[in-house]
Design a protein. Structure first.
Length: 289
């Protein structure tokens, strides 16, 4: 079932977290088969009722839709179209998205992000807005115009022009890169304050949602202590703080990103599951607010 919580709700359905980002790649970077995706999403569905995908490569959108549909998982999909690798990849993702939405219906697809942090990667605002408009026009032409279209960017880089072009404002916000660390409450509060700043000054009255926020369990990004205990603490506290602030969020991320070969330990260790998809902690610890 598609569940009852639409993109505007602030109450997660099943599970502990409002949403979770999901990158399905195998540890060696290869593409998982649909059975692997189905097994992982069955575990994810116990923790959340919303997943965020970044692309359609590796058939991940159609695999996820097939897994959810055939196993009757209570998961909504917030899809992604990858635009960082140029126009032909963007068109390929868009074509994949349209065919998957037509094959499985739009009931499970609650939105699509055109890009992820592409301004931060050096794309111009006008190019990004052009892509957003192109995707929206294609979806309208295909009879899929009911699906929200938006982009996702770091909060400091999100402009009112991007907000005007998007159906909602999706921001990635982390406090582990802050120049100082006092305690977890302060780190969580800074994430909420930054979202409220976007709500007040950028969003133009549109919904603001976290596309990513999280805490790594290993490595170093500065003074913030990256440990599993602190990852659990951050997840507990951000869940409650976002709920009371009326902010939906995708917690970053489902599984440790060992597939990001050559990346830092911190970049590989944000998962709530390890790379073998075993929980890194008891998720009942998240049921506190």
């Amino acid at each position: 079932s598609s569940g009852s919580n639409n993109s505007g709700s602030s109450s997660g359905g099943s599970g502990s977290l409002w949403g979770l980002t999901y990158s399905p790649y195998n540890t060696d970077g290869s593409c998982p088969d649909v059975g692997t995706v189905a097994g992982q999403l069955a575990k994810v569905a116990a923790v959340t009722s919303n997943i965020r995908l970044y692309s359609t490569d590796c058939s991940q959108l159609s695999n996820a839709l097939q897994a959810i549909t055939s196993n009757n998982l209570n998961l909504n999909i917030h899809a992604g179209i990858w635009i960082s690798n140029g126009d032909s990849r963007m068109q390929s993702d868009l074509n994949d998205f349209v065919s998957a939405a037509k094959q499985y219906g739009t009931g499970l697809i609650k939105g699509v992000s055109v890009g992820n942090e592409d301004i931060s990667k050096g794309m111009s605002e006008s190019t990004l807005i052009g892509y957003i408009n192109q995707v929206r026009a294609r979806l309208q032409a295909e009879g899929l115009g009911n699906i929200p279209v938006y982009t996702t960017e770091q909060d400091a880089k999100f402009t009112s022009g991007m907000a005007a072009a998007s159906d909602l404002v999706q921001i990635n916000v982390y406090s582990i890169f802050d120049g100082s660390f006092t305690n977890m409450d302060a780190s969580v509060q800074s994430v909420i304050q930054r979202a409220n700043n976007v709500r007040s000054n950028v969003a133009g009255g549109k919904q603001v949602r976290f596309g990513e926020t999280g805490w790594s369990s290993a490595g170093s990004t500065g003074p913030s202590p990256l440990t599993l205990a602190n990852e659990i603490l951050f997840a507990q506290k951000i869940k409650c703080a976002a709920k009371s602030a009326g902010l939906d969020y995708f917690y970053f991320e489902a599984k440790d990103a060992q597939w990001k070969q050559g990346e830092s330990a911190s970049e590989q260790s944000f998962g709530i599951f390890n790379s073998g998809f075993t929980p890194k902690f008891d998720f009942s610890a998240l049921n506190i607010c």
